[in-house]
Ligand binder design. Structure first.
Ligand SMILES: *[C@@H]1O[C@H](CO)[C@@H](O)[C@H](O)[C@H]1NC(C)=O
Ligand SMILES: *[C@@H]1O[C@H](CO)[C@@H](O)[C@H](O)[C@H]1NC(C)=O
Ligand SMILES: *[C@@H]1O[C@H](CO)[C@@H](O)[C@H](O)[C@H]1NC(C)=O
Length: 420
């Protein structure tokens, strides 16, 4: 405890980012080892009842920084459906208005490298109640001796030729691959609003060779001309954008932006302006403890990487273009997985102001979603699905919705690292 506090204090006073790359990695390894919020993941196991899960994700115990109407709803939790742990949530709205919340069901422990399924729950009432668990993808063993850890549910609702609606899900076999021991990137379809899944196939996206890696974890995008986009990273190689101009039949990739140089990882994508021109804004976690931002042309040419001063724990976050602005959910701390916040930018990502503190306590991965115009008083409805808990961020995946109104936007200096 004392050691943890001391290390935390050192981490706040002397951020790892001031060191050289080799020292920095050592610094992070120390910080994450003593940091309970980050490091509880693997050994920890705690089956919860639904009631306990709901309490764990609520605003009780001073988990929220501000009074607000409505607690988050527990969607997945340790112990739900006899599953040890759920992680890596994403959420989309289908073309019929159903919310689909996806996660990795980690069957026996919270570890990245054990047997996982990709699962979802559907909500027909805008996120208040959620249906039974559905398995989208069962475990697939990609190489001899490898675990069947299908990972990273990246969904997108798409229109196909002739106006048929479908849900396309991109995912990886094998978490944390290396160039020697790896899986592949794959896709699977649902033509009945997420109830059943079919047509799993391995992707090819030349000129990048499919050796798996990590897609998102995020949601895909479909432009007005039908082009579908995802972002991904390959082990030890780089980050890239890939897209399909024939409704998912074939894919092409951009060049690889080296991860070594920038530490770009787990990128989330949103339209730079809107779905009309295909230009994309990308936001990534980095080892610099600051979130990186870059733009892409519709032809997949990367722009310059910038760092607009958004703090990060090297944890996944999510970017959303809604109501003519960009919203970013991320961990606003450089040393613990806690302080999940939402910032907003009205100038394409150059300047950000804080709009919501989602959770003060343990929290990690998240995905923002637009839920439509607010029924009264102007503004837009936004939702966020996120990992959180009372002690460990991987106890519960909750869904919280709120109204954002420009007039009520909080004007707070960006990336202030609030003490725990
Ligand atoms: C638990 O998961 C199975 C699929 O593995 C599903 O058939 C069943 O309906 C689920 N139960 C609940 C209560 O969601
Ligand atoms: C989308 O962005 C383009 C380029 O900025 C603009 O000309 C167009 O009016 C926008 N469309 C919508 C529907 O906002
Ligand atoms: C917005 O960002 C730009 C570029 O980073 C910077 O020059 C400018 O001062 C910022 N404006 C405000 C109001 O912070």
């Amino acid at each position: 405890m004392l050691f943890g506090l001391l290390a935390g204090l050192i981490a706040v006073l002397v951020p790892c980012a001031v060191f050289t790359e080799a020292e920095r990695n050592f610094c992070y390894s120390i910080v994450s080892k003593v940091n309970r919020h980050t490091n509880c993941g693997v050994d920890w196991s705690l089956p919860l009842t639904e009631e306990q899960a709901q309490r764990a994700i609520s605003c009780d115990h001073e988990q929220c920084d501000e009074p607000r109407r409505g607690d988050p709803v527990a969607v997945f939790w340790a112990g739900y459906n006899d599953t040890a742990c759920f992680r890596i949530p994403t959420v989309i709205t289908s073309h019929t208005g159903t919310l689909l919340a996806f996660a990795e069901a980690r069957l026996t422990s919270c570890s990245d490298d054990t047997d996982h399924k990709l699962v979802l729950r559907r909500s027909l009432d805008g996120g208040t109640t959620w249906g039974d668990l559905i398995v989208a993808v069962d475990g697939i063993v990609p190489c001899e001796g490898c675990p069947a850890s299908v990972s990273n549910a990246n969904p997108v609702a798409v229109w196909l030729q002739g106006g048929r609606a479908a849900i396309l899900l991109h995912f990886n076999t094998l978490n944390n691959p290396t160039q020697l021991v790896h899986g592949v990137a794959m896709q699977i379809w649902s033509f009945d609003d997420g109830l059943t899944w079919e047509g799993a196939s391995v992707l090819t996206y030349p000129p990048v060779h499919n050796i798996g890696g990590l897609i998102g974890p995020s949601v895909g995008l479909q432009a007005d001309d039908g082009t579908i986009f995802f972002s991904a990273r390959q082990p030890e190689r780089g980050t890239f954008l890939y897209w399909s101009s024939d409704f998912g039949a074939s894919w092409r990739a951009s060049e690889l932006v080296p991860t070594d140089e920038f530490g770009l990882d787990e990128c989330s994508i949103a339209w730079l302006r809107n779905s009309s021109d295909g230009e994309i804004l990308m936001n990534c976690r980095t080892r610099l403890n600051e979130r990186a931002l870059m733009t892409w042309t519709a032809d997949g040419l990367p722009g310059r990487v910038t760092y607009p001063g958004l703090t990060d724990e090297n944890c996944q976050g999510s970017l959303l273009n809604a109501g003519g602005a960009h919203f970013l959910s991320h961990i606003n701390s450089r040393w613990e997985r806690a302080h999940l916040q939402i910032h907003r930018s009205t100038d394409g990502g150059k300047n950000w102001t804080e709009v919501r503190k989602v959770r003060r306590g343990a929290a990690a991965y998240s995905q923002l979603i637009e839920l439509g115009a607010a029924p009264r008083g102007g503004g837009i409805r936004l939702g966020i699905i996120f990992e959180g808990g009372t002690w460990c961020p991987y106890e519960v995946i909750g869904f919280w919705q709120f109204t954002f109104r420009e007039s009520a936007a909080r004007r707070t200096a960006l990336s202030v690292d609030s003490p725990a």
